[in-house]
Structure formats: C-alpha cells, structure tokens
Design a protein around this ligand. Structure first.
Ligand SMILES: [Zn+2]
Length: 131
C-alpha cells in the first residue's frame, strides 16, 4: 500500500465513521457497528501488512551476505533496495545489484540479466556458484 492508497483509505474510514454516527441516531449501537466494523477490519489488515513487511525486511537484514564481486563490501555494506517474501534486491557500495533468493546470491547486470555469483551451503558458508 502506498501513501496515496493510505490517504484514500483514511478518507474512506472517515466517511464510514460519519455514516456510523448517522445510523447510530436511528439504530443506536447497531448503526455504529456498520461504520466501525469495516474500518477496524481495514486498519487491522493495514497493520498486518506493515508488520509482515517489517518482518521480511528484518529477515533479510540479519541474513548474511557474501563479499561482493569487487571484494570490497561485506555483509553489512549492502543496502536493501526492495524485498518480497521470496527474494530481496541489494545494492552494494560499489553500485552493483544483487538478488538474494533462498540460498543463492545472484548478480543483476545493468541489462537486467542475472549471473550466478554465490551459493550458500547447509552450514551457512558462501562459495562461488559460477565456476
Ligand atoms: Zn561492492
């Protein structure tokens, strides 16, 4: 959800709350529920989305990363560009892009093609997967 959708959603919440207040004059508590229940469910959904996004980011931030191809950047020198549940895109200080997916660390070339770089074994050590 981006900031624009969040604004629309906040506006919709306000409209529903006004509607709830209006209906409460007629049906008292039941009228309030018409407005409050969808708003509450909506915000819970937004919060869950935000929390799962944070968990995903956290998971990728604690995962170890191999030294970059230039041999200059270590695990902590990578910046998380974007992440999903399956993979994360990192940029190292040299400017190279890498895709972290399961136990693979793949280099993303400027033309968007992917080049195998490193693979992690079961004990958590990285080794070259392109040789
Ligand atoms: Zn680097």
């Amino acid at each position: 959800m981006n900031i624009f959708e969040l604004l629309i959603f906040a506006l919709l919440s306000a409209v529903l709350l006004v509607l709830g207040q209006f209906l409460s004059k007629r049906w008292s508590t039941a009228g309030w529920l018409v407005g409050i229940v969808p708003v509450a469910l909506g915000w819970i959904w937004v919060l869950l989305g935000a929390v799962s996004g944070l968990i995903t980011d956290f998971k990728y931030s604690v995962m170890s990363r191999p030294v970059c191809r230039q041999g200059k950047c270590r695990s902590r020198d990578y910046i998380l560009v974007s992440s999903s549940a399956e993979e994360a895109l990192f940029r190292c200080r040299c400017g190279d892009l890498y895709l972290s997916k399961a136990n693979l660390f793949v280099r993303v070339l400027p033309n968007n093609s992917k080049e195998p770089y490193m693979a992690r074994d079961s004990s958590g050590n990285w080794s070259r997967s392109d040789v």
